[in-house]
Design a protein around this ligand. Structure first.
Ligand code: NAD
Ligand code: UDP
Length: 328
């Protein structure tokens, strides 16, 4: 049985990846320190004989007994609110954490895939973003803690590939959503859906003309799975090119949730990218992959899952005022 280590296993993407690899016949070791994750995301795996969980902070030396064939490094805060609340941990998990996992991959002769992000393009000056674009990132801006950690992560991964001949894969993930996102993590989809469920106004930041392109989790997991088993070491965009402005998206959520909430406008966070849309030509060609789930279908499934959450999760307030964290 092939063994795979998935870091960030108690998080949104990590937990879905654990499910996928178990269903494909792998033995999965999940690792997490719960800094932004939730035990309930992997509760259903607790008695699965093909799953083992290790509670560990990957910025500390990572020890795994026995053989390891694959590593997927997904540990990192991913919501802007989260990484602004814990900036040093964010920098450490992208840099020291990645270094530890690359060292482990080298020792075990394992192939490693790292979760990079569209944030390496920063506030992009070209549109849509293709992999050959170098990006427009402020090193010292509030989002720099995440963006630069991820850029360093890509650099050190390529260095291990070139210098040590390590088998590496880099997924540049664009905004992905679905069940198991933390309802109060501050990202726009759980934020709007939580507001709709609580009967609150939807908070659009800025004038809402900034755009995003949302990918359903099942499509994302499929893209990552195919990338891991490809033979391509350079970065590949994985996301859904269906682009929408945040204001139109808020209106869509109101219609989808059949609520009559108002839209209110709040200050645009510093360095909030004004447009984002993946060019997925490379993934289409290389992986024969493209997203299959349209936004309405994906949002419906996500909303249904949020509706089932217990009241204490719906009303748990983690951030008093989102924008205050994101100012200079
Ligand atoms: P998430 O916050 O739900 O999951 C991240 C998990 O990593 C959490 O369970 C957290 O506890 C764990 N973690 C963080 N630091 C750790 C550490 N030092 N040691 C061990 N565990 C640690 O976020 P997510 O949306 O699932 O994102 C997962 C990965 O995908 C991240 O690397 C993120 O940068 C990347 N990504 C996600 C998206 C997206 O839209 N979801 C987009 C781009 C990139
Ligand atoms: N956003 C918003 N209202 C919210 C949360 C987010 O208008 O309550 C906006 C945010 O300013 C950004 C977009 O939605 O333009 C996506 O934000 P998110 O935090 O999901 O992730 P990002 O793509 O910025 O990393």
């Amino acid at each position: 049985m092939k063994q795979v280590l998935i870091t960030g296993a108690a998080g949104f993407l990590g937990s879905h990846l654990c499910d996928r690899f178990i269903s494909e016949g792998f033995f999965v070791i999940g690792m997490d320190n719960f800094i932004t994750g939730d035990e309930s995301n992997i509760e259903h795996l607790s008695n699965n004989p093909n799953f083992k969980f290790i509670n560990h902070d990957v910025t500390e030396f990572v020890r795994i007994e026995g053989e390891l064939d694959y590593i997927l490094h997904f540990a990192s805060p991913a919501s802007p609110i989260d990484y602004l609340k814990i900036p040093i941990q964010t920098l450490k998990v992208g840099s020291l954490g990645t270094h530890n996992l690359l060292g482990l991959a080298k020792a075990k002769k394992a192939r490693i895939l790292i979760a990079s992000t569209s944030e390496v393009y920063g506030d992009p000056l070209i549109h849509p973003q293709s992999e050959d674009y170098y990006g427009n990132v402020s090193t010292i801006g509030p989002r720099g803690v995440y963006d630069e950690a991820k850029r360093f992560q890509e650099s050190i991964t390529m260095a291990y590939h070139r210098f040590h001949g390590l088998e590496t894969r880099i997924a540049r993930i664009f905004n992905t959503y679905g069940p198991r996102m933390r309802l109060n993590d501050g990202r726009v989809i759980p934020a709007f859906m939580g507001q709709a469920l609580r009967g609150e106004d939807l908070t659009v930041f800025g004038d809402g003309h900034q755009t995003r392109s949302f990918c359903y989790v099942d499509d994302q997991v499929e893209g990552i799975y195919r990338l891991l088993f490809s033979d391509y070491a350079y970065p590949v965009n994985i996301g859904n090119p269906d682009e929408i402005s945040i204001l139109d998206f808020a209106k869509e959520i109101i219609s989808l949730t059949e609520t009559n909430q108002k839209i209110i406008f709040k200050e645009l966070p510093t360095d909030d990218p004004l447009q984002r849309q993946p060019d997925i030509s490379l993934a289409r060609k290389l992986l024969n992959w493209e997203p299959k789930v349209n936004r309405r279908e994906g949002m419906k499934k996500t909303f249904e899952s949020f509706k089932e959450l217990p009241k204490e999760k719906l009303y748990k307030r983690e951030h008093k005022d989102f924008t205050n964290h994101i100012k200079k």
